[in-house]
Design a protein around this ligand. Structure first.
Ligand code: 2P0
Length: 348
């Protein structure tokens, strides 16, 4: 007898970046962050969780993108399974009439429809999908905030993929992580005119994992300490206001500044971490030029822990932007017609 549930979960792309943990096992961040959840029609993780009594005496097993992946050596995965089973067991202890699903063995099959671990938030959609599907299979009566804390145990950014639309992650103050959870700033219906374009510069797995990279940043970058204390709290408030007001100019400026500062903290890390490549920098130059030459903010770029760009823009700008990027980046990565020294300077 197998009880089985399949769910999908979306990717989110941060506009205020999470980069640093104050507690590495509970995954508690050094700063709050804010992201946009993309439509599930495009990038998503799809996870099936099966539970069965006949697997009770075997180890739990998982297949990721078609290949079996060890669970026992993955502490985060173990934590997510342990947490979901404990939540089920608490229900069973309170009601002896419930089936003892917490004692059944688990099988997980998960796939991403986009490059895994290439800086396109695969851990975010993957862990959000896992904890959500576990909650469904175990019939856990959890709120969005509860699910978000469960997802955080798998990967920090995953806590934001539990909600659609515009999502904040409050870093919280508690050492137990009880208040470190995501919340919805505005639903997915709030700003239908805002669209995201993903420019895949490379689908290779990144050289420095986010988990390792961010800890080195916390330990060695003085710029990061300044960012945590003096920059992000104010930016979170400004960004929430810009989103609620659908103020694209402010949204775009903060998005680009925050991406730039995140990559500056990577450079300030010792030894330094480089996620952007020449093509990424050329994309920054193109967006800067479009915005400056047209005299208004047409688009915003942001880059996560990899060279791939996400461009946010109003819907009406997208056909023109796609044509421009196709012109500047015809096929192979790195072939740009743009001067790397282009700068937008004030007139006069
Ligand atoms: C973000 N990133 O806010 C930032 C921007 C990458 C750059 O969250 O160690 O994979 O699993 O908590 O969530 C990537 O970090 O790291 C990330 P863990 P995660 O989206």
């Amino acid at each position: 007898m197998v009880r089985q549930v399949t769910c999908t979960a979306p990717v989110n792309i941060a506009v205020i970046k999470y980069w640093g943990k104050r507690d590495t096992s509970l995954i508690l961040p050094t700063n709050s962050s804010l992201s946009v959840t993309l439509s599930q029609d495009d990038l998503h993780s799809r996870t099936t969780v099966g539970i069965a009594p006949e697997w009770s005496n075997e180890s739990d097993r998982m297949w990721l993108n078609g290949t079996e992946s060890a669970i026992a050596t993955n502490a985060r995965l173990v934590n997510c399974l342990k947490m979901s089973r404990a939540q089920r067991k608490a229900l069973e202890d309170a009601d002896s009439g419930l089936p003892r699903w917490s004692q059944w063995g688990i099988r997980i099959v998960s796939e991403n429809n986009f490059p895994t671990a290439a800086g396109l938030a695969s851990s975010a959609s993957g862990y959000a999908c896992l904890v959500y599907t576990l909650a469904q299979v175990f019939e856990l009566p959890l709120t969005g905030a509860d699910l978000s804390r469960n997802a955080r145990l798998g990967s920090g950014s995953a806590c934001r993929s539990i909600f659609g639309g515009f999502v904040g992650w409050d870093m919280g103050q508690s050492p137990t992580g009880d208040d470190s959870q995501a919340y919805q700033v505005a639903p997915e219906t709030h700003w239908p005119d805002l669209e995201a374009l993903i420019l895949v510069v490379s689908d290779l797995k990144k050289g420095v994992s986010s988990t390792a990279g961010m800890q080195t940043t916390v330990e060695t970058s003085s710029l990061a300490q300044h960012r945590f204390q003096a920059i992000v709290p104010k930016r979170m408030r400004q960004m929430e206001q810009a989103i609620l007001a659908k103020d694209f100019d402010t949204f775009a400026e903060i998005t680009m500044r925050d991406s730039n500062q995140f990559h500056a903290t990577c450079l300030d890390t010792f030894p330094p971490i480089f996620y952007l490549n020449d093509t990424s920098r050329l994309i920054i130059q193109v967006v800067t030029a479009i915005n400056c030459l047209s005299g208004r903010t047409q688009a915003a770029y942001t880059f996560d822990a990899g060279p791939n760009a996400v461009i946010y823009a109003p819907k009406a700008h997208m056909p023109y932007l796609i044509q421009l990027f196709a012109y500047f980046f015809p096929g192979s990565a790195g072939s740009g017609y743009f001067s790397d020294s282009y700068q937008c300077l004030p007139e006069g």
